[in-house]
Design a protein around this ligand. Structure first.
Ligand code: UD1
Length: 345
């Protein structure tokens, strides 16, 4: 049986870590990525860790013709893990059509190519953002979805809907697992791959590590008047390596016909909620570096608190996280120290 897997967005943050775990599990990933938010050097990092030179195509998922050619070249693949997407919430508010074209148009192109060459197993990157502010915590897969706060969030909801409806209409062997990520952070223990934010980061951890290393003067904590343990917002931070391994388990499930529905959804988190201040203090403790931070107003569109109910993933996938918040932060710090500091300015 073929062990080839097409990984879109495979040079990105979660994609590159998943490629490493796929190789460790005996799969042969091939990457397609347009390098809009990643760098070709990531392939060297993957090679240093795994010893494998991964086949790569610089292709934009909006380019249906190039995509079709790539899929025909790799029609022996047994599955697609589809990461390629834009993910900056703020940017999506200013450029909604760009987000719909890329994340929705691109998804439709991927599905069409898979059907054309007969690849049936699809793992889709979704997000806990589909739940908005959940009414009950921890949030289960059956929690109601809330109207999206941003075009980015909407693309994840619509993406899931498109996949669900397409799968329901099909008579072939097509099947999908949508994975709703909570907040992925950290880096590979080797520090050969990690998160590469272009420009000023929007997400908390790259901002923390860039402040700690002196690239940013001060970390802004967005709001301390939430109804949480210390007033700052609560999230479920998950180590990117744990998250990557969940993709391998999900793919195994589809390949081995262990899925119970043609379209399944899993939350991927640790089940633990941590506030922004807890993250800051855990970072200081695990690295010994003091952070310069200041509390400012809330950030528009942020929810107060969200964390995952992990029991469905645990029971059905047999997967759960292994790495602690301290390990997540220590690995992110090791990666930041290794990055050429000029790159991020
Ligand atoms: C959000 C989405 C997530 C999406 C991600 C993409 C939710 C619940 N999550 O993550 O689905 O994939 O954006 O970017 O909608 N913070 C600060 N200072 C900073 C940066 C962040 O205090 O400089 C705080 C935020 O207010 C938040 C927490 O840190 O409380 C995490 O923020 P961030 O890393 O941006 O992730 P989310 O907004 O949770």
């Amino acid at each position: 049986m073929s062990k080839k897997v097409i990984v879109t967005g495979g040079t990105g943050f979660i994609g590159s870590h998943t490629v490493v775990e796929l190789i460790a599990a005996g799969y042969t990933p091939v990457i397609l990525d347009n390098l809009s938010n990643s760098e070709i050097e990531v392939l060297e990092g993957i090679k240093k860790i795994t010893g494998v030179t991964v086949e790569f195509g610089q292709i934009d998922i909006k380019d249906q013709a190039a995509l079709t050619t790539f899929f025909h070249e790799h029609k022996d693949a047994i599955g697609v893990i589809h990461f390629a997407a834009l993910k900056a919430v703020g940017e999506s508010v200013n450029k909604p059509l760009l987000y719909y074209k890329n994340n929705i148009g691109g998804l439709i192109n991927i599905i069409s190519c898979m059907k054309e060459v007969g690849i049936n197993n699809h793992i889709f990157s979704s997000s806990c953002t589909v739940y908005g502010q959940p009414d009950q915590l921890p949030v289960t897969e059956n929690s109601p979805l809330k109207p999206a706060e941003s075009p980015y969030g909407n693309t994840k909801q619509i993406g899931e809907e498109i996949l669900r409806e397409d799968i329901a209409s099909r008579t072939d062997e097509g099947k999908v697992i949508a994975l709703r990520y909570f907040n992925p952070i950290g880096a590979h223990a080797s520090a050969e791959i990690g998160e590469l934010p272009l420009g000023v980061p929007e997400n908390l951890i790259p901002y923390v590590t860039q402040t700690a290393i002196g690239l940013r003067d001060e970390l802004k904590v967005f709001g301390d008047d939430y109804n949480t343990k210390d007033g700052t917002a609560v999230r479920d931070y998950i180590h990117v390596v744990d998250l990557a391994q969940a993709h391998v388990v999900a793919l195994d499930r589809l390949v081995n016909h262990k899925n119970k529905e043609k379209f399944e959804v899993f939350n991927l988190g640790t089940g633990q909620g941590n506030s922004v201040l807890e993250v800051i203090h855990a970072f200081e403790k695990s690295t010994g570096v003091k952070l310069n931070y200041k509390v400012v107003d809330r950030r528009a569109g942020d929810v107060e608190a969200t964390y995952a109910d992990t029991s469905f993933a645990k029971n059905e996938l047999g997967w759960s996280t292994k790495l602690s918040l301290e390990e997540m932060l220590a690995s992110a710090w090791k990666w930041q120290k290794k990055l050429d500091s000029k790159k991020s300015v």
